[in-house]
Design a protein around this ligand. Sequence first.
Ligand code: MRU
Length: 354
Amino acid sequence: MIDTVVYNEISDTVDFIDQTLLPVEKKIVACRDVERMAVAIRRLEVRGAPAIGVAAAFGVYLGLNGFKGSDEALPKHLKEIVRLLGSTRPTAVNLFWALKRVQDVIEKAIKAAPAGEKWSAARDAALAEALTIREEDIEMCRTIGRCGEPFLKNGDTWLTHCNAGALATAGYGTALGVFRAAKEAGKTFHVYVDETRPLLQGARLTAWELFQESISATLICDNMAASLMARGKINGVVVGADRITAHGFVANKIGTYGVAVLAHYHKIPFYVAAPISTFDLHLEHGDDIEIEERDHREITHVGATRLAPEGVDVFNPAFDVTPPELVKAIFTNHGIIKPPFTKNIAKVLGTTKS
Ligand code: MRU
């Protein structure tokens, strides 16, 4: 079991694996304050949509834990904590989903607590909710894995992009959860792993995770997927998601859309694996999703080494959007969602009567 983000009762810290150092070093950071947690999310020390949500929930706890002000100042302080964590990364909706969930519980606890006990009630409520979100996330991933596993046939070779594994969640993973479930079901299969430029989550994290699990895997450069597909080497693709709209537009790591187009051209099923918390029914179209743009250095450098000429113009969006017509099905913790997505997403998420 990979403990991506956990609460450490003894030290009263939130301990996470610094994913920027993997696979060279597995360093656990003991996080004591909300400012450090915000930096961790921004720097991708903790990354992947569900893991960001869990980390942010614990971040609210840390922010309240350090509070020394009055009952009257508490609601404003809570707002500031939520604002800080909410400003870290814009695309993964799980961040905002988790923050709202924790905030709602805390506000209720503050209201219900007598004067003088509001701070401790708020802090305890934040921790309890963050722990619940973490536990639920692991369970949701297992359900997603079981949902997708039947589509992976014995002897298949599948492709995945970026890291939607245990490291991107509280544990087990969404897309990699499908592979873990297939392994648990006794299936033999092989996985091709896109390296996922520019930050190499595929090479550094997915390859590491699959290696740890003894799941048969081969690392490839992103530009090799097309030729593998053309040679009939890929039977299916599964990826995670950072946000899925009401019409089934899927935001995920940059390069996902290209893989989906390739899969469509080669008549290979392209699946998305995501928990219900990744759906954003306030948005309809892909263009409505805010796409994070990151530091140009991620493209111009590898570590301290410059790869591109100084002063070169760079565009570095961290995510792209795959339209619903390229998606064969979405594996969720509420079961499989197939096209037509607008109707079936609403049905599965309970916003229409069946
Ligand atoms: O920038 P990252 O590493 O946070 O991007 C992660 C992804 O795009 C994942 O595929 C997505 O969050 C799904 S994780 C289960």
